[in-house]
Ligand binder design. Sequence first.
Ligand code: LLP
Length: 421
Amino acid sequence: MDHFLYKDGALHAEDVPVAEIAAAVGTPFYVYSTATLLRHFRLFDEALAGMDHLVCFAMKAASNQAILKTLAQAGAGMDVVSGGEYARAKAAGVPGDRIVFSGVGKTHAEMRAALEGGIRQFNLESEPEMERLNEVALSLGVKAPVTVRVNPDVDAKTHAKIATGKSENKFGIPISRAKEVYAHAARLPGLDVVGIDVHIGSQLTDLEPFRLAYRKVAALTEALRADGHNIRRLDLGGGLGIPYTRSNEAPPLPLDYGTMIREELGHLGCEIEIEPGRLIAGNAGLLVSDVVYVKSGEGRDFLILDAAMNDLVRPAMYDAHHDIIPVVEPASGVEQRPYDIVGPVCETGDTFAKQRMMPPVQAGDLVAFRSAGAYGAVMASEYNTRPLIPEVLVNGHQFAVIRARPSFDEIINRDTIPEWL
Ligand code: LLP
């Protein structure tokens, strides 16, 4: 469920007509709904009620300061994967003890910054990384709280580019080696081993792969406890999928996910952390674009938008589907037509959809990409010197630009000319 609905014939973001935002900020832009963000966060929080838990938003999905603040004020922690994300989380007022640090390649500088600024735990992914963190912690005279990310070798049954829990993926340590690796970690005086971490992939639309992975984590918890490790926290990663089409998809709900977690892991008495990104932000955001031209090609019509692959790369990168709807509500019963929906970038890959059925559209109409709140703005680039597009946050009747469109001068002035030129 989200808060982007037609009211009085016009698409609204909560109580604000999308066309009104377009008139104020220009197109293209991203718009997010506060109510949807909070609703999705709370669904997870409530799904884990009764267990000691923390929902850490995977801020790689959407990292604007205003979004982070909205979630942090509701009690969310953050899952960060870089020094930059750590700095963003802190700048948004998230306390260090609500920040977990994931990622396969944490550097010395990132470890140091997080240890100095405060961190709930590092999710370590290899023995060399363990050694490095041990050195950094000892040099600062502190003990770093850690989990080790295990790779459970389960098939997440999702797109290959976003599956992470098979043995051939670069993530985590093989679960078969976990006992040795934990013994190694326990010998390092700069580390405090607090638990186990697992994340098997993104956009999972079935609970079974999670269940298989969590069952392995439960068995490992007991085995490690038997070896004398004080396993008291389980970080279960993110990955619960969202419906990208309104018709036929019905992925499991956070409540079902929480029930499954309780069934598989509840008896262990561990503190539970989860790291959802997409489910919190995905359906809380739209990308709004203007139709620049309708062009008749050979046997097909192209809708040429002012948004492009640099603004939303998911269709080009993962063949992802995003519903694209007109901002003016189509008359009921209107006959749909097929369009190839493309951006203006000079690559054939700059195609959002082929032969997509839509109500007839004209140049100057506004269209909205649904489910664009996660992995949208954060993956944008300035390819073709197209400025990063604005982000807008709606809250009831109010809206605010939460990232402004840079001017061409701002973009150009980021470059510097060497003295010999
Ligand atoms: N935790 C870890 C360790 C992760 O690697 C990820 C996502 C998450 C949590 C959050 O997963 P989520 O709940 O959002 O599924 N750019 C791709 C998705 C990449 C996901 C990477 N890791 C896309 O647009 O589909």
